[in-house]
Every structure is written in C-alpha cells, then in structure tokens.
Design a protein around this ligand. Structure first.
Ligand SMILES: Cc1cc2nc3c(=O)[nH]c(=O)nc-3n(C[C@H](O)[C@H](O)[C@H](O)COP(=O)(O)O)c2cc1C
Length: 301
C-alpha cells in the first residue's frame, strides 16, 4: 500500500488548508508544514501559531525547519519540543529561493558536506524526536545525498531537481532511481511533478504531493485507487472549499482583507478542471464577487 504525504508549500499549506483537507478529504499519511525559520534569533509568532498542536486537527502533522548548522537545529528541537511536544520534525535542505541558498540555507546546505554533517550530528542530542529531511539534488555532487543514509532518519524526501532549475524542466526520475538503488536503512520518498497515477515513478512506495494536491485535493485518494463520480467529486471539492474559506475567515471581522489569500488558493485549486470561472474568481474585486463566482463554479460543474 502506497504511503502518501502532503508537501509543505509556503503561503498555501498553512493550518487552514491542512485542517480543511484533513477534515473533508484525507488520504494523507502526514501533513508537512511550510518551513519555520529564525528571524533575529527568534521564530515569528504567526509561524509558531501554525504549528500549535491545539490548532492542528491532524495528529500526523510534521513541522518543518530551515537550519544551516547544529546549533540552529538544537534551537528548534528544544523550542518546538517545549512549545508543543512535537516528536516529529522535518529539516529543509531543498528551498531553492536564491537569497535563502546564498545564505547557506535550504538547498544551499547541500553544497557543503560539513554543513550537512553539522546539522545531522546534532540529531543524537534529541533521541525523543524523529527527524526527516527533505532535499533537492545538489548542484555539484549527487553523492552528497548518500550521507543521509549514515544517520538514523525517519525518512528522506527527495525532489530530484537542482535548486538552480527552481521549478523549470521536469523532475529527474533517473536521479531518484539512482538514489533509491544506493539503498540504506532510511526510507526514501519521491516528490515532484505528480499530477496523476501515471506520473508515479517505478518501485516507488512513498510519495509526497505538492502542487498536484493543491490542484486536485482528491489526488492522494485517486492515486490510492479510489474512484469518484462527478457528483461525489463536486461535493467533496465544495465542502473542502467552504471549510477552507471558513478557516481563513475565522477571527476576522473584514472578509475583504482575506481576499488576496483566498485568490492565492485558486492559483492552483481546480486548475485541471475549470478555466473560465476560475479566472473570474482570481479577478474578483470584493468578497461578495468572490462568493458569487465560487458558487457559480460549483453550480456549473
Ligand atoms: C510556492 C511554493 C512554496 C513552497 N514551500 C516549501 C516549503 O516551505 N518547504 C519545502 O520543503 N518545500 C517547499 N516547496 C516545495 C514543495 O514542497 C515541493 O517539493 C515542490 O513543489 C515539488 O513537488 P510538486 O511538484 O509535487 O509540487 C514549495 C513549493 C512552492 C511552489
């Protein structure tokens, strides 16, 4: 049975999205949060609130952290353990954003064997926490990834694309196969460009879905073999959307202020299904317009 995880996407998969998905759709083994990072030595309140256990419906939520050395790893491990007792954490070695990489974070860590080791050597100090890593292909030396198999990790998620490619071209499934064939004790998860069952690489038992799941929140269940009638799909999408909107608006007096956030969601949502009304939703000038267009879309399905 294939295990399917939900990828972190900064700006898209916050707790409002994860909670709506978990409660209305499911089919996901674990939800990874967008990365938490240090800003002037601290974690921002908003980011911390996203990983508050009381505000996350799925107990299988994995906070992700952006660190470049053992000291920072230790800071996050202690902080998140004390804050909410998180026993699972994921380390981001994949962010391709140029300023992040230049500062030696994200995919930048993969260019320095000693930096990778500095982070991973610190893990033994936290035997009560299970760590995983999420990475891209290094620019220079693919073999660097093999270090991950020397440490006790919950899993290694590989998005087989170099950071310099950002999201261009296609994910390199052959590079993934090479890493899988290298073997080792830690399970390896494939991530990148999965939109249908046909996109899943051979011999792959663990998958992480990103943009594919944003487009079609039912993708994990479809890959697992479930079939849906048009009516069933429509109802699930509709309920998922209304729960997401409710989550986004909760605690807000002015729905208008949340319009940009809701529009962002539609950059991917149902991209595979509908074009015309989606475009109108993306251009809506008020929450009222937004509501009318989304209702029109679901009625039209
Ligand atoms: C807008 C955006 C934000 C992302 N934020 C994160 C993040 O916070 N942490 C992370 O590890 N990956 C992040 N990613 C990468 C995705 O998790 C995933 O690895 C990548 O999109 C490839 O998978 P996909 O083709 O299934 O989307 C982000 C990607 C996008 C497009």
């Amino acid at each position: 049975m294939m295990k399917i995880f939900a990828a972190p996407l900064q700006g898209y998969t916050d707790k409002e999205f994860r909670n709506a998905h978990f409660s209305q759709i499911g089919g996901i083994e674990e939800y990874y949060t967008p990365f938490l990072r240090l800003e002037q030595g601290e974690i921002r309140e908003k980011e911390l609130s996203d990983v508050d256990k009381k505000r996350n419906l799925s107990p299988a939520t994995v906070p992700q952290i952006l660190v470049k050395n053992g000291e920072e790893l230790a800071f996050f491990a202690e902080k998140l353990w004390n804050f909410a007792g998180w026993e699972r954490m994921d380390i981001n070695f994949g962010c391709p954003h140029v300023p992040v990489v230049k500062r030696g974070y994200g995919a930048g860590v993969l260019e320095e064997k000693n930096a990778v080791k500095s982070v991973l050597d610190a893990l033994v100090k936290f035997p009560h926490i299970h760590f995983s890593v999420k990475c891209r292909l290094p620019e220079k030396d693919e073999k660097i990834l093999q270090i991950f198999q020397e440490y006790a990790l919950e899993k290694i998620v590989l998005h087989p694309r170099k950071a310099s490619l950002q999201y261009k071209g296609t994910a390199d499934k052959e590079a993934f196969a090479r890493f899988l064939a290298y073997g080792g004790k830690n399970p390896v998860v494939y991530n990148g460009d999965i939109h249908t069952l046909e996109d899943v690489p051979e011999n792959c038992e663990m998958l992480m879905l990103g943009r594919g799941l944003l487009r079609d929140p039912l993708l994990a269940r479809k890959i697992a073999g479930e079939k849906f009638t048009i009516e069933e799909e429509n109802l699930l999408y509709r309920n998922f959307h209304s729960t997401y909107v409710k989550n986004i608006l909760s605690g807000t007096k002015k729905a208008e202020e949340k319009l940009p956030k809701l529009k962002l969601f539609w950059e991917y949502f149902l991209l595979h299904k509908e074009k015309k009304i989606r475009k109108k939703i993306l251009k809506s000038r008020s929450f009222e317009e937004y509501k009318n267009y989304t209702e029109e879309l679901f009625a039209d399905f």
